[in-house]
Design a protein around this ligand. Structure first.
Ligand SMILES: Cc1cc2nc3c(=O)[nH]c(=O)nc-3n(C[C@H](O)[C@H](O)[C@H](O)COP(=O)(O)OP(=O)(O)OC[C@H]3O[C@@H](n4cnc5c(N)ncnc54)[C@H](O)[C@@H]3O)c2cc1C
Length: 544
């Protein structure tokens, strides 16, 4: 006998799956074109369809539903120090590496690939972040490590064929024997993460290399094949290349204590590790550890901004899609004036975020041959990481609320995005540290930085609220009490830079709407006004 359902399912939005993450995202398309992208739409659309497929969304869910587990010991008590991942994690790693997300900004000799490689990568990164963010930690670090490894051309040229290889190799073997390799980073210790000068891990010379003893309190992606690690040497805090295997083929002295039980970022393993006579090779001179590793960190900060913008985009798309299908009081949610305003405010925020992230990528692309762009990258990376990453958690919460109860339930993607979002603001330099970096850059590079600020001001000139806001921010940045008010100044600077970035490609109604919403008088929540332009903003955000 057929089983009868108690009721018919009505008024639920269809699943948001099998979407082309590229073709459906006009702000992304415009932002990358304005910043130098010349790729055929069909190539990026194929990528967008692949990652927007129901299949990849399911891989992303599984990779987080079944988080990695540490196997510290074997059955007889011998050390193993390996991490087991769900096959879905390996799948998303393989997909990302096949697309070259870990290497496509480098030439074979480790110099920067020609423009617009940074923008081309970021376009893809932005889409991948919408589906699974955790695995991007090792992908980001591997790509960024090349920046720091450049101080040792011989080591870099030995590693590059493995870094540039696109075949993901999850096996636990010495890196020279593998098809490809990934690289992580160990800086943070128990007594201090921001203040790495407080590191107590020590490195002593031995047989032409170093032996490292000590610990790291956070070291993500422990199944990477090597790590760039900070440790105190005779000459001061120094950067080391520490592989998982010693040159003689034995397993190196990295003893994983446990994996962190984290709020989000669950597909990614983050370890606590002790180094016991771990073999390592010095990178750059002794005492220059921060200067060496900062070349890596600057690139990971860029990725934080791109991926947070991507996560906001997915939250927006889910919210808008739902609101267009769900009816309340005989009217579609999206047509209820207050919901219309909330969604438009969210959509404008993403417009600003993606325009700003891609503008920053252009600066990285152009930096090797353009001093102004190099100065933009130096000053604005911290500004942009600060604003985009800070915005994401409250943004995603608001998008979640647009879906009502469904948004709060794990069956939707929103809880995962919400848990994931804060990490980008914390790691690679937390919010206050970004603001301190901006103050430091301004004091060190007075002239170049001031010319960037002047140009941004010029570009945003006339946009609602921009001139007054720029004056206020500059006054703070020049004042002696700048630290106490730096957050306001840096946020304002980011919004002005986003308005300037939008002014290069978006219709004036979008630039003006963005500036008015972000710089004008408003409450602390999303959904202020915008009724004049809301329909246009939402049309751009996602085709109905
Ligand atoms: C999931 C996850 C994975 C991680 N993976 C890695 C990894 O792979 N490798 C690695 O090295 N680290 C990793 N980290 C560590 C991360 O980089 C640090 O947590 C971060 O740098 C902050 O350092 P801390 O935790 O020691 O906090 P602290 O340095 O104690 O800072 C605490 C707070 O104080 C603020 N602060 C610091 N100095 C000042 C100041 N002068 N004025 C005002 N405010 C200030 C900071 O902004 C922060 O908000 C990871 C962290 C997380 C959450």
């Amino acid at each position: 006998m057929a089983v009868r359902d108690a009721h018919e399912v009505l008024n639920q939005s269809p699943f948001y799956v099998d979407v082309d993450l590229y073709a459906s995202d006009r702000p992304l398309r415009e932002a990358i074109a304005a910043n130098g992208s010349t790729e055929p739409a069909s190539v990026l659309s194929a990528f967008g369809r692949r990652w927007g497929s129901a299949e990849m969304m399911e891989q992303g869910r599984l990779a987080n539903e079944f988080p990695p587990r540490l196997k510290a010991f074997d059955a007889k008590g011998g050390r193993l120090d390996v991490v087991e991942f769900h096959p879905a994690y390996h799948r998303v790693m393989a997909e990302s590496m096949e697309s070259g997300l870990h290497c496509m900004t480098w030439r074979n000799d480790g110099t920067r690939a020609p423009p617009p490689s940074e923008v081309a990568r970021a376009a893809r990164y932005y889409m991948v972040a919408q589906i699974e963010n955790g695995h991007m930690c090792p992908v980001t670090m591997t790509r960024a490590a090349v920046g720091a490894l450049a101080v040792d051309p011989a080591l870099l040229s030995a590693l590059l064929p493995k870094i540039a290889a696109r075949e993901y190799d999850k096996s636990f073997r010495p890196w020279p024997d593998k098809a490809s390799m990934t690289i992580g980073m160990g800086m943070t210790e128990k007594q201090g993460g921001t203040d790495v000068r407080a590191n107590t891990t020590r490195a002593v010379p031995a047989d032409g290399a170093y032996l490292v003893n000590g610990h790291k309190w956070f070291m993500s992606a422990p199944m990477c094949d090597a790590f760039l690690v900070l440790a105190q040497a005779e000459g001061g805090l120094s950067c080391f290349f520490m592989p998982r295997f010693r040159p003689d083929g034995s397993v190196n002295g990295l003893h994983f204590q446990r994996l962190k039980d984290k709020l989000g970022n669950r597909s990614n393993a983050s370890s606590e590790v002790e180094f016991v006579d771990a073999y390592a090779r010095l990178l750059g001179p002794e005492g220059a550890g921060i200067r060496t590793i900062i070349e890596m960190v600057q690139l990971t900060r860029l990725d934080c901004a791109v991926t947070s913008a991507g996560m906001m985009r997915m939250a927006l798309a889910q919210a808008l899609h739902h609101a267009r299908h769900r009816s309340v009081f005989q009217r579609k949610l999206v047509d209820q004036p207050m919901m219309h305003a909330v969604l438009a405010d969210l959509a404008l925020t993403v417009e600003g975020a993606v325009a700003l992230a891609m503008r920053l990528c252009r600066a990285f692309d152009q930096a090797p041959r353009d001093a102004n762009e190099a100065a933009y990258a130096r000053l604005m990376t911290a500004v942009i990481k600060y604003w985009i990453c800070k915005k994401a958690p409250s943004f995603i919460y608001e998008a979640m609320e647009c879906l009502g109860g469904n948004g709060y339930v794990e069956d939707s993607m929103l809880p995962r995005l919400y848990r994931e979002a804060p990490v980008n603001a914390i790691w690679e330099g937390s919010g206050n540290v970004m603001c301190l970096d901006v103050l430091r850059a301004l004091s060190r590079e007075d002239e170049a930085a001031r010319s960037i600020l002047g140009k941004l001001r010029q570009q945003a000139d006339g946009l609602p609220g921009a001139n007054d806001a720029a004056d206020r921010a500059l006054k703070i940045l020049q004042s002696r009490e700048s630290e106490a008010h730096a957050r306001y100044a840096v946020e304002t600077l980011a919004v002005i830079a986003a308005s300037a970035a939008l002014s290069e490609h978006a219709p004036s109604v979008i630039c003006e709407g963005f500036a008015a919403a972000q710089l004008g008088p408003r409450g602390s929540t999303f959904g202020s006004g915008l009724e004049r332009i809301a329909a246009q903003v939402l049309d751009r955000a996602l085709p109905a």
